[in-house]
Design a protein around this ligand. Structure first.
Ligand SMILES: [Zn+2]
Length: 68
């Protein structure tokens, strides 16, 4: 396997890492409940995808007020 002849300096390594960035997830609006959802995913709030019910979303127990 080919190997680099010399070790890259820390500055060179760190300069290349300045291009490592997070990208914002592309959000869209659910056709059923109008909440923001990830595109090409089933809505986690209502279980609809492209206007059709595809999964049954179980009702999550509500958090007690005051409990942290
Ligand atoms: Zn929805």
């Amino acid at each position: 396997m080919a190997l680099p002849k010399r070790k890259h300096s820390k500055a060179r390594r760190d300069k290349s890492r300045t291009h490592w960035k997070l990208t914002m997830a592309s959000l869209t609006k659910c056709l059923q409940c109008a909440r923001p959802i990830l595109s090409h995913r089933v809505c986690p709030h209502c279980g609809y995808y492209r206007g059709r019910a595809v999964v049954v979303v179980a009702e999550r127990p509500k958090k007690k007020p005051g409990a942290s």
